[in-house]
Ligand binder design. Structure first.
Ligand SMILES: Cc1cc2nc3c(=O)[nH]c(=O)nc-3n(C[C@H](O)[C@H](O)[C@H](O)COP(=O)(O)OP(=O)(O)OC[C@H]3O[C@@H](n4cnc5c(N)ncnc54)[C@H](O)[C@@H]3O)c2cc1C
Length: 392
């Protein structure tokens, strides 16, 4: 039976990044991936805040487009325009990037086995069992569940993960042309606390999608409605359709048991407000690599208990704010949203959002809006919808 220091279940971007960190530290690492090919099918809008460059390697060849700002659309199309001088986010070739990150891990010394679906792991002795190949035997001192939103590793010591569904089209708008350095974000109480997006890849093509607490048929109905209704998308040709799942952020989730830890979507390490998981997942991969290498060096698996603590220290405050924003957002009707957009425009909030807004961290903006009294000025109407329950 082959035994490794670390086995990573899932060759997604987060698992591969963690595997690379561990291989670079000199540990024997294996990545086990159920698919025959890394990265396919695409299940991502591929919009990453500029912080990505601080938390992982990102060669320019995977950047399809750079984004300076966003048009935020209310249900009746009051538009807030927010922007920065420098690129605020990048639109990625996610399929190519996932493959690149897996190759980097292998180049650093990790083994990878494709077409190897893990059926279960034993958290006491580190044995790994595979679906459809009972004769393949493997074990590891530490097992990392980076097996995505429907993680079987998480499910072995957590209740099933609650998720949002997501749908996305690749569209071509032909002669219409996008302002391709701006994304469009659309709110609608039908999909709250999710939202809709149009992310240009070029002047003529875009990824148009949404996530919500709804089934795929309901999502595509809303998406088709958006494409027919909005002038910037009207008449677009749908080139491809994708779907996916976004785990709900869950502060109660257990991130470790014995010699097993969870990482990335498997650990529900996603931003509640946007469903984005890459920047957070990469940051957690770094945190996890420090804790796991210490546990291996000291041959003391109790050290793994530091991982949930280090995660909380880094994210707890920000997640609390984002979960609060999420809850407010979910409680609003379309007329509340409309009122809020108009009031924000009147109060000059576009400049403040432009200055303090950040795709990855929302607490500085919320703080600034409270400081300037803007949140209070839009709150009274919302209060009538039971918003006060937030501060219980
Ligand atoms: C429509 C959509 C749009 C999104 N847009 C964005 C965005 O714009 N920006 C952003 O930051 N995030 C976005 N996300 C979220 C982002 O895609 C995820 O957070 C990210 O993929 C998580 O990476 P991961 O490595 O944790 O998991 P995954 O990418 O899900 O990888 C998990 C891997 O594990 C493998 N696996 C699963 N089970 C097993 C098993 N039993 N044995 C072996 N292998 C297994 C899978 O095949 C997969 O390769 C979006 C998600 C969706 C659905």
């Amino acid at each position: 039976m082959k035994s490794y220091d670390v086995a990573v279940v899932g060759a997604g971007p987060v698992g591969s990044t963690f595997a690379r960190y561990m291989a670079e530290k000199g540990f024997e690492v294996v990545i086990l991936e159920k698919k025959k090919e890394v990265g396919v099918p695409l299940q991502c809008a591929g919009l990453l805040g500029k912080k990505i460059k601080k938390v992982n390697i990102l060669p320019d060849e995977f950047i399809i487009n750079s984004v300076h700002g966003a048009f935020l659309h209310s249900p009746e199309d009051t538009v807030l325009s927010v922007s920065k001088k420098k690129p605020e986010a990048y639109v990625l070739d996610r399929v190519g990037y996932d493959k690149f990150l897996a190759e980097l891990a292998v180049d650093s010394g990790a083994d990878i086995f494709l077409n190897h679906q893990v059926a279960k792991v034993d958290s006491h002795n580190g044995n790994i069992h595979f679906k459809n190949s009972p004769n393949t035997k493997m074990s590891a001192d530490i097992i990392v569940g980076a097996d995505g939103h429907s993680s079987i590793i998480s499910h072995s010591f957590n209740p099933p993960t609650e998720s949002f569904q997501a749908a996305q089209y690749l569209v071509d708008v032909g002669e219409k042309r996008f302002q391709n350095d701006f994304v469009h974000l659309y709110v609608d109480s039908k999909v709250s606390p999710g939202f809709l997006w149009a992310i240009p890849l070029s002047e003529t093509t875009a990824r148009v999608g949404l996530f919500a607490d709804a089934n795929y048929q309901q999502l595509t109905k809303v998406l088709d409605g958006l494409i027919n209704k909005r002038s910037e998308l009207g008449g677009a040709t749908i080139l491809k359709k994708y779907y996916g799942v976004i785990p709900r952020q869950n502060p109660q989730k257990k991130l470790m048991k014995d010699r097993v830890i969870l990482l990335g979507d498997a650990a529900s390490q996603v931003k509640p407000t946007t469903g984005g998981g890459l920047v957070m997942g990469f940051t957690c991969a770094e945190i996890a690599s420090q804790v796991t290498s210490q546990a291996l060096d000291d041959e003391n698996m109790n050290i793994l208990k530091d991982y949930p603590k280090a995660y909380d220290d880094k994210f707890k405050k920000e997640l609390k704010v984002q979960l609060m924003v999420h809850k407010v957002f979910k409680s609003l009707t379309n007329s509340d949203l409309e009122y809020m957009f108009r009031k924000l425009k009147e109060e000059g909030a576009e400049d403040i959002i432009s200055q303090y807004g950040d795709i990855d961290t929302q607490s500085p903006l919320v703080k600034e809006m409270i400081k300037r009294g803007i949140l209070l000025s839009i709150l009274p109407k919302m209060l009538s919808r039971g918003i006060s329950s937030l501060w219980k």
